[in-house]
Write a protein that binds this ligand. Sequence first.
Ligand SMILES: *Cc1c(COP(=O)(O)O)cnc(C)c1O
Length: 442
Amino acid sequence: MTDDPAALLAYDRDHLWHPYSSALTAGVPYLVESASGIRLRLRDSDGGHHEVIDAMSSWWCAIHGYAVPALDAAARAQLGAMSHVMFGGLTHEPAIALGRRLVELTPAGLEQVFFADSGSVSVEVAMKMALQYHLAGGDRRTRFFTVRGGYHGDTFSPMSVTDPVSGMHSLFRGVLPEHVFAPRPPAGLDRGPDDPEMAAWERETRALYAAHADDIAAVIVEPVLQGAGGMHIWSPYAVSVLHALAREHGALVIHDEIATGFHRTGPLWGADHGAAIGVDLTPDILCVGKALTGGYLTLAAVLCTREVALGVSRGEAGGLMHGPTFMANPLACAIAVASLDLLRDNDAAAQVRRLHAGLTVGLAAARGIPAVLEVRTLGAVGVIQLREPVRVPEVTAAAIARGVWVRPFRDLVYTMPPYVTGDDDLERLCAGLVGAVGDVHG
Ligand SMILES: *Cc1c(COP(=O)(O)O)cnc(C)c1O
């Protein structure tokens, strides 16, 4: 199939959209022939072969790497039974097994599971749940409260709570609902109430909330790490301030852990960082996705408390008004169960601690490059932030020449490696990123 990469890439250029792409000035993607372990085998438009370490885990999903024997086996076994059936009026063991696992893995109180077909749809459903919950209680609240710098997906409701500047608010003005945005919380996991910047943020956020309190259905945030909104690390204390505001004013709390879930920031959930300062950050509604299937298929889930589930159900609609065609796809659910087994059997928390140590040491050298503003790490996330926009095609090519696949954005060259990345490969990965930044921006 890939005998003639140039012809395939030419067809791709003329006919296929890529994420955020233009039909006028199509960038030239690399052709992936196969992937196994943590490596992708690529062809470029000149026919050249490259074997590269995937520093992106395919947008943070492929936490166990590729062609994973246990996940392949789960997929084959499920194909033998059924790959898909509708979820209206029917159910099946893969969905039940996965639902049970998610209820067990998430904080006590989150008991009811909605399976969605992508992260964005799960955020849609979470927001709809919050609106329906208040409506059923006779309270027509229509707005959401969040912080600047977030990212919650590309469909309209998630877009409406994504950062208004880096998101697409001006483009879709008049179509997107206008929600309430507090300033971005100050950077740093350890910022507490005694920090002056934090105190200022808290004052401003409380005042803004108070001005809209009766209208706010829910607070929605990505606990302690804003991902696609800028790889911004913030503190569990700031999360706790938002929880307190929601509780004081009768709003719900939605956590979007699509990026932060399953140990990416260290503990199982981003909200578990609350334990370090002695606060319980259990939300009313929780979205998970991305790594849920180990990157094999698209699947997300929304968990909510019994109170929210019953509240929604008492409303005049008579139920939660959502039901995607591919809801609870059995193949995806079966693979997700196998992926959660692997997380446990591989001791993902220990894997991430090891990766954190390796990233912290391996990326430190980037601080010596004058164009680098900051290097930061959290869990299995490593970020090199530049003082200027990244020259993306050049940095990508330089990293490939050094054996690494990376996809920078804005001023960020970052990695979220697969958890199974070994120490030697992690060293190569870090050296490749630092080298590529130095080659292009040095
Ligand atoms: C990726 C992401 C989404 C959207 O998920 P899709 O599967 O791309 O629709 C939502 N929220 C966060 C925090 C994400 O990282």
